[in-house]
Design a protein around this ligand. Sequence first.
Ligand code: ATP
Ligand code: MG
Length: 413
Amino acid sequence: MRKREQPVRIENLPAAFVDAQQVLQVIEQHGYEAYFVGGSVRDTLLHLPIHDVDLATSAYPAEVKQLFARTIDTGIEHGTVTVRYHRHSFEITTFRTESGYQDYRRPDRVTFVRSLQADLMRRDFTVNALAMRENGEVIDLFHGLFDLQAHIIRAVGDPDHRFQEDALRMMRSVRFGSQLDFTIEPVTLAAIQTNRALLAKIAIERIHVEFVKMLLGRAPLRGLQQMLTTHLLDYLPVLNQSVKQLTEVVNRPLAQRLANETQVWSWLAVNLGWEAPQIQSTLHAWKSSKQLTGAVTNVTAAIHALLEQHVTNWQLYQTGATSLTDAAQVVVALGHPDQTAALQQRYQELPIHSKHDLAINGKQLIQAGIKPGPALGNLLNSLEHQVVAGTIANETTQLLAAAKQQSEANKAW
Ligand code: ATP
Ligand code: MG
């Protein structure tokens, strides 16, 4: 038997927990166990902001549904029920064990159980396997509190076995190491090196999430370094062709943290010298959205212009306010002075910010006698360019006069 230690109890729970406390109380009043689990408990102990509060219970999904008037079967086959309570929603998951890890991926069978210990045992790392009672008392069955204080990421149980069950956990080790600025415990780290090839079994979408969270973390360069030394990186599409360059990247300082996924990929694109086609093929291989791909292409072009210290009004206009900020922030991360405010000022001063702001449209040009067709489109584009460049005022009569003159000139050709 372990020596019984004084239980740790969190006083003054953050507001997100306070709302859920009553839900846990209702479940307990009916004779079941119910706890806060996972990331929210970890982050509260670390005094970090929490996003989602996960609840776990010994009640089976059908039993949970009987206790509350309004429930939604969010992921009922995995044991998750959403409870609507006092205008808030809470995800409650029945304690479960997982089995049938075929092909080193997610389990294909979950078994509901009544034991908290069994549920915590299936979790990936000791710091993620903490539970907390409704009154703030922390349940620590795997020395998660010790690891939390020592800033250590350690697999629950035998890391080899855990990585063979679900190879994504190797990526998650490095992700949490960077996100929390924790060290990966040596046996866990060695198991990543041993089992790295299993990462090939994991869907790129799941790898993608962890990789981006890793680079958004507090210690992204160390995370990247660990991906290189463990050779996990060999299993990342496209990036595995840039091992030499990435080895140099991890030795260059990152002057500030990257703030969003667009900045992450743009920072990589600049460091690895990717042009637009490479950005597109890489993000395609990583199954990214068209929207993200467009933003990264746009931001990367703006970063190059900023580094060359030559940003035209047309580039400002085309880049747009959000992407300009992302580009300026990546430039700061690369170790250059912050130009964000000056760029936003220049952007605000542009005569127009979109085609809709143009004081003339196609219909008005047709009414003025210009024939519809591609030439008209080109004429509008040309007017847009001239207004943005400041060579013509954004004023209907002036634009009409210029349009007629330019249309005549084109005919003369
Ligand atoms: P975040 O702040 O990124 O949301 P989190 O700890 O909540 O961190 P999630 O990925 O949301 O991480 O997972 C919630 C919890 O579920 C984890 O804390 C962990 O206990 C468990 N978990 C998630 N994925 C796995 C996995 N692949 N293997 C084992 N346990 C996992
Ligand atoms: Mg979470």
